[in-house]
Write a protein that binds this ligand. Sequence first.
Ligand SMILES: [Zn+2]
Ligand SMILES: [Zn+2]
Ligand SMILES: [Zn+2]
Length: 372
Amino acid sequence: MSLFFARTPAPLKPARELPVCSCGALLFRENTGCVTCGSAVGHVPDVSILTSFSILPDGRWKSDHPELRGRHFKPCSGRALVHQCNWMLDAKDNASQCLSCSLTRTIPDLTVPGAPDHWAAVEHTKRQVVIQLLRLDIPVKSKLTYPDGVCFDLLEPQAAGTLVMTGHEDGVITLNLSEANPAHRTATRELMGERYRTLAGHLRHELAHYYWDMLAVSPAWLEQWREVFGDERQDYGVALQRHHQNGPPGDWSLKYISPYASSHPWEDWAECFAHYLHMEEGLETSAQLGIDLRKLHLRAVPFDRSVLGGDISRRSAEKFLERIDRWVLLGLATNELNAALGHEPAYPFVLNIAVVRKLHFIQESLTALSEG
Ligand SMILES: [Zn+2]
Ligand SMILES: [Zn+2]
Ligand SMILES: [Zn+2]
């Protein structure tokens, strides 16, 4: 216990405080209006602020938020669509779409029953995923403007008339829109023997493949990556086929974060990358909420610094492992609360030493991405 408390001093300081309206009411991620006073609400991506706005007679929007004084805005054109994008653009911006909306290259066929709601769910999730990447200074740009950017094709399988495989190739992420249908997603999760399948997980996983392409141009990074994840030059198609036919190796839970991660080093990277972003977002949210882990009646055995090997400085290893410890406790607490409400565990994972090492490598890689 003393060891644990030695590593979890005060609550984390959030990157941003919880957003509030000018009337004082709390605002939530996807609000377009304040439920208390009715003010229009929008998110300003360059400073990551969600707040209330007033609309001037000339149509421009302005906010009383101290960090936005003197600036004028216009809402993203996606605000009028079914997904009600709540992002704002500078009033003088030539573009009509925000960054998140501009990442969608193909919208699904909305005449298929259910498709409008499923599209809305994907766009909501994409906005939250992009907000996090921008907060971490990870480059996000649309392939529609930059050849080395990323974009999304959101395909409704019924309309496509063919199988839609979710995946990434050369900056294009294809997403089977059925993944936004909870019934389909649950059935697929059962069929695949998974315990966790979410839209956020899909988006973070596929983005991981995009960022891998970006990072792997560095021979030094690739060499280190192979030491952690293995040799990606083994045949990908054969590896995936073997995984789908035989399932994961019996000891997968000692080396990987999920059964699918064991299929090929690329999938191991993508699963761990998505997992790191889940963890980081969970920690940031808990910091915004002001959760003080010292007050939980939960204990976890901390990972020892030696699990990260000798090359890492003591300070950076302890800082990283403190976050892992916090996250383990938060996962336990969340799972207990879910069990109390009769739900499945929100966080059905057990971190092992190999995965902790991989997550640390992901953290270092994100730093490299943010430094360009
Ligand atoms: Zn309000
Ligand atoms: Zn938008
Ligand atoms: Zn993948």
